[in-house]
Design a protein around this ligand. Sequence first.
Ligand code: NAD
Length: 353
Amino acid sequence: MSQKMKIGIIGAGTIGSVHADAYQKVADADLVALCDILPDRLAEKAKRHGVPLQYTDYHELLANPEIEGVSICVPNRLHAPIAIDALKAGKHVMLEKPMAMSAAQGEAICAARDAAGKVLQMGMVRRQGADAEVVKKAIDDGRLGDIYQIRIRLVRRRGIPGMGGWFTTKSESGGGGLIDIGVHFFDLAMWATGLWNPTRVSARTYAKFGSPMQDYHYISMWAGPPNYAGTFDVDDYAAGFVRFGDQATLSFEVAWAANANDEQMLEILGTKGGLKVGGDTVLLTEVDNMLADIKLNFDNKADGFAKELTKFVAAAKGQGEPAATGEQGVVAMKLIDAIYKSSKLNQEVTVGE
Ligand SMILES: NC(=O)c1ccc[n+]([C@@H]2O[C@H](COP(=O)([O-])OP(=O)(O)OC[C@H]3O[C@@H](n4cnc5c(N)ncnc54)[C@H](O)[C@@H]3O)[C@@H](O)[C@H]2O)c1
């Protein structure tokens, strides 16, 4: 392997550009190729990021033997097929979230990784936040004691991306806000606490803001202007309750849109202390039989994507572990599958069945 690992990015949209910028900060990476099916976007992005090789067909990028690793930054429907093709072509794979459209697809990606003997890293960038790291360290150091309840509130007052585009079309995305943003905090909660065993779920998803699409008065349309000829058939709000055996529980609200204030919060309750990710990071505990609020101060300025991609390249070079594994991606997908199933059946369901 050369000193710098040659990288290609497949999908030159919003997050493809974020990866392109972040790879510039990864000392061991050399971003050499970009792929998108839209030739104009491809040319513009390649120029912007100074990427020499351009492909409109990802198979041709994968056929280039010089390229050792790829970032996959395409709509969710294409995650599994492109990841599997890339692994079969002998590339290390950095796969954006959500892992796939279902846990079954995620398992197929892991099988392809095992057959290829290459590195697969999931794009769970929220773990790279300094606040997340501080919370995980506090948990690992035993400062929370036994953890028994987690609360996730991930609510946008109005934030449906690309109304009528791939994000709001279930056959392209696998779902709405739940799979799009919920996956970040489900992963964060399980990673921070080590509770990778969700067992039962009771949940309900709703679609209250996207139909008819013209009635949605969006504030931010960063994912492009609305396409009123397109589709909205996904969730914009989800609430539910998850059991981790008889050990712990998790309640959540995840919304792309709701008549509620914006909030991004993960709260973890333990017998010795409680902590939040989102807002001030304050350990609520007791010291000398008095209630104590201990504010944790840390530098939160690092670029999470650069940290994530640095870990991907290091893992590909055999110098570390992937920052988030395929197996963890599959657990998150099983949880999401169960949430959608519970909502559809209107009853509690077993995760993984
Ligand atoms: N980690 C994060 O915080 C984060 C943030 C945003 C998006 N994402 C994820 O990144 C992925 C892409 O999201 P986005 O917002 O960049 O979407 P986007 O629509 O802006 O970009 C997707 C790009 O993929 C291209 N594309 C489609 N089919 C292709 C194909 N067959 N070959 C090559 N390119 C193809 C499209 O033309 C488009 O340019 C999604 O899975 C999304 O969930 C992650």
